[in-house]
Design a protein around this ligand. Sequence first.
Ligand code: M6R
Length: 604
Amino acid sequence: MGYVGPAEAAPILVDGLQRLEYRGYDSAGIAVHDGTVVAIRKAEGKLGRLVAMLDEHTPAGSTGIGHTRWATHGPPTDFNAHPHTDPAGDIAVVHNGIIENFLPLKERLGESGASFASDTDTEVLAHLIAEEYDGDLKEAVRRAVGRAQGAYALVAMSRKEPGRIVAVRMISPLIVGLGDGETFLASDIPAILHRTRSILVIENGEMVDVTPDGVTIETLDGAAVEREPLEISWNAEQAEKGGYPHFMIKEIFEQPDVITETLSGRISGTSEVVLDGVAFPDGFVEGLDKIWITACGTAYHAGLVGKEIFERKLRIPVDVVYAHELRYRDPIIRPGSLTIAISQSGETADTLAAAELARSRGSRLLAITNVVGSTLSRISDDVLYTRAGPEIAVASTKAYLAMLIGEYLLTVAMGRARGRYTPAESADMITGLRHLPQAAEEILEGAADIAELAEAFDGAEDVYFLGRGVDYAVAMEGSLKMKEISYIHSEAMPAGELKHGTLALVTRGTPVVTVLTQGDVYDKTVSALQEVKARGAHTIAVAYADDADAHKHADRVIRIPRVPDLLSPVLSAIPLQLLAYHVADARGHDIDQPRNLAKSVTVE
Ligand code: M6R
């Protein structure tokens, strides 16, 4: 966060940090300039500790910077919290991301007699800027950045230049909010959305100079940049909890609307899909013979569903590869192929690197992302925005569902182009998609029953999720949700794989959740369910409302409305999200900010 204006900076910075805390929350700090001195307050732990410290004494001043940290270099401690300064305390810096060559820089500075107060790479930046400083903060930052390598964003201020902050974007996101006689800097829009809707998105390799007279942007090479602000249309309410105890449950309940939003305006007549932002060249889809999907975490699981539907409906081979794997392989990505990079934030460092790699091999790059103006959207040839609104909980829910909807829309659009969908078939698919918001609503009406099922997880140390085909992809997502917020060890596997080893771990009372929606492999999945039941597992199945047999195979059955099998992931994921939520809630965990995790992983 950064602020330059007429108001007291500290409350504005802290308020912004509260809204950014989901990006990292192991320590926090601010630096405020009162025209003479720069006062720094910082504390290990969640923002509340900093707030308590500020309650005792809030530094005065109308220029400031602030930060919440997700540790990369050095443990979460008071002294590793940002802001960091040079030894004289003249330069204060906050930064996201990593300075990759910080060690040689630190050694070199050490040889010149510098001493360091923290383990961080950030402190090295403060030293470099101080070393380069000769009265002009912007030029000092420019020269210092020229010596640093890595993917990061930084904001700096100088004790000698009150009313000025300078920021740089090197890959990690950075935005500027234009207020009435005041300017805000942040790494994400929700931090300042309630203050201004007028946003400048800073591009990679640009620097921003903020003074009371206004904002100038230039490239690191010194070329002036003219940029029109974006007017953000999100409702500020969307970025708040809206009466729910946690963002995660609020976001789960938003899903019917998110499906509607993501479909909205993209269906023409009864059978055509029109995707704004996607403009394949003539003949591209018809000649396409390979699709790559790359992503991490939940977005990767959405990609697994995508593989099933693209292969079945388009008959194009699809490889889904974790972005952190793809980027370091030598994949056989050929010109003329399509790479779909999926990322809620559009800022995940691994996903961006894998997407760049695919593009460098001549693949056309299509982004499925939730954040307008995100880095991924800007490096892609085509962008399918998911319109889930800001997702605040670390555990992704509504963005996942919106990604699936994006994939179905893409399937219909490409299927029509390839002649694989007749108008009648695509009309059927569209009817199915249009029914999903109502079907999702019905599941949410039964949320209380799912909350009761959480009891089955009392004292559980291991949980297993099973499924076949798209049900396996959903099982993967259900398992990730469970482990990341309940901290119970959880594994997902294809139902047929269980007997090849993992069955040895199933004992009396082990919860096993089976997604049981795919008609063509129903009996096969039931066999696996029976195998775990025979070993005393506590079995829970997710099955269609009209499945008259499910209760014969599982101890408890969660019902979802009947939809065409290929669309079932949109619905079967919802009970698994609710289950994870209630198990974590019963254990008293910090649901929106699970330990060790951050919402956007903008470092490798
Ligand atoms: O912003 P992205 O979709 O690229 O994030 C990818 C993963 O970090 C993310 O999905 C993560 O796995 C979620 N916290 C899971 O709930």
